[in-house]
Design a protein around this ligand. Structure first.
Ligand code: NAD
Ligand code: MG
Length: 413
């Protein structure tokens, strides 16, 4: 029997409340996070999971629905703050809802940073897509929060800056990305670092396509991911395998590994989320059907494990767990990922920005699918590399790389 919200709130008198801020609440990870919080309020006997605030960039209606749903969880605290990162969206919303108190609503990118710094917030789920998630994620780290990190682009752009800020605060950075969560789970209790990690990749919709076929790929075919239902940017990244490139770089900074200790294997079923090899040759993996609610929940409740709504791994079914060697020839993004993980410095910010720009152009029908990675390679190899850039320089290069990508695609002069 599932306990009701009322049962949940016969919690012991010494129970605590976790105030959670979900940045990017209306997206794929954001929606899954809200579902995890709802369900945690049914199963957690120690604490309440209060949705303190949630942000949206374009879907005010969905944000309002999230706020309304959260009032039924029985956490009995103030309604979730509504943060509109796109100010015009928030202004329109306020014009229609003038009765709302000003401190219940935030407008613009700054309100995300302020929310991430708020003293009441315990945990920030960084689920904004792309470079737009950088400042709020850094603010949450500086403010010593638990940060459940889905926004891998922050680590790709600014890995050393994140490491510095982590060292100077009491923040905890917990991976939400399923591969990195798998690795994090596999290294619990190990006194020695792994000798190697093996990131698995589904291979995306073009796993078996030739380069010539990929040249003609349309946004519709690239958006049809075989195993995961995700936002458009990461879905295109999965098709080019730039997602795995970003994850190689993410793993390099999260786990402090050298690029040579990272491998990629293709695993089309997305059951083995990644593997870790230790000095004695033991290989551990974390397995579960593809459902982001599991890694999201682990980042929230770590080190506790609580029941989760994600489907169980049914061993009686005839699972075919295939592993294939990744083809760096057909998927040159992987080579770029290893290269950037090796050199660090300004390379991550340039690769990330060029890729974000190229994905947008491909989705708008302005460039070919194969131009995405070709363009990123060009921009990366023509930038002035610096080994230890400050954050301001990374932001300048983000801007430069986007323009340079457009220039190389003959879209601006
Ligand atoms: P999505 O497109 O579904 O959602 C993105 C969210 O970011 C939305 O809430 C949107 O409103 C917000 N947003 C968009 N532009 C913004 C801007 N300029 N300023 C502020 N907010 C903005 O994306 P997603 O698939 O949920 O992915 C989110 C992040 O999680 C990405 O970094 C992605 O790489 C990572 N991730 C996603 C998955 C997945 O299964 N979807 C898995 C692993 C990692
Ligand atoms: Mg992943």
């Amino acid at each position: 029997m599932t306990p009701s919200a009322t049962d949940q709130h016969s919690l012991p008198s010494n129970s605590t409340t976790q105030n959670v801020l979900v940045l990017g609440a209306t997206g794929s990870i954001g929606t899954a996070t809200v579902d995890v919080l709802r369900q945690l309020n049914e199963v957690d006997k120690k604490q309440c999971w209060h949705l303190w605030g949630a942000s949206a960039h374009s879907n005010a209606k969905k944000l309002l629905q999230i706020q309304s749903d959260a009032t039924t969880w029985g956490t009995n605290i103030a309604p979730c703050k509504l943060l509109f990162s796109e100010p015009s969206l928030g202004r329109d919303f306020l014009a229609e809802n003038s009765e709302l108190l000003p401190d219940a609503v935030g407008l613009g990118a700054d309100c995300l940073v302020q929310a991430a710094q708020a003293a009441e917030v315990d945990t920030v789920v960084a689920a904004i897509v792309g470079r737009a998630g950088l400042e709020s994620t850094l603010a949450a780290i500086e403010s010593g929060k638990r940060v459940a990190l889905a926004n891998k682009e922050t680590l790709v752009m600014a890995g050393p800056v994140v490491q510095e800020k982590l060292a100077a605060s009491h923040a905890e950075l917990l991976p939400v990305d399923s591969e990195h969560s798998a690795i994090f789970q596999c290294i619990q209790g190990a006194n020695n670092p792994p000798r190697k990690i093996i990131l698995t990749a589904s291979g995306g919709p073009f796993r078996t396509w030739s380069k010539e076929q990929m040249r003609e790929a349309t946004p519709k075919s690239a958006l049809a991911h075989p195993t995961w239902d995700m936002g458009p940017k990461i879905t295109i990244d999965s098709a080019t395998m730039m997602n795995k490139a970003l994850e190689i770089i993410e793993a390099r900074w999260l786990f402090g590994l050298s690029a040579d200790a990272i491998e990629v294997m293709i695993h089309p079923q997305s059951i083995i989320h990644s593997m870790v090899e230790f000095a004695d040759g033991s290989v551990l993996s974390q397995m579960s059907p593809p459902d982001m609610r599991l890694p999201i929940q682990y980042a929230l409740t770590y080190p506790d494990r609580l029941p989760c709504d994600s489907p169980p791994f049914d061993l009686k079914k005839n699972w075919n767990l295939d592993l294939e060697v990744a083809d760096l020839e057909r998927f040159p993004a992987l080579g770029l990922g290893f290269e950037v993980a090796r050199v660090g410095g300004t390379a991550g910010a340039v690769l990330n920005a060029a890729n974000e720009e190229a994905v947008g152009l491909f989705l708008d029908g302005k460039i070919r699918f194969t131009d995405i990675v070709d363009g990123c390679k060009d921009v990366l190899h023509h930038h002035h590399f610096e080994p230890s850039p400050p954050l301001e320089r990374l932001l300048q290069l983000d801007d430069w790389a986007r323009k340079e990508l457009r220039r190389r695609m003959n879209l601006i002069s």
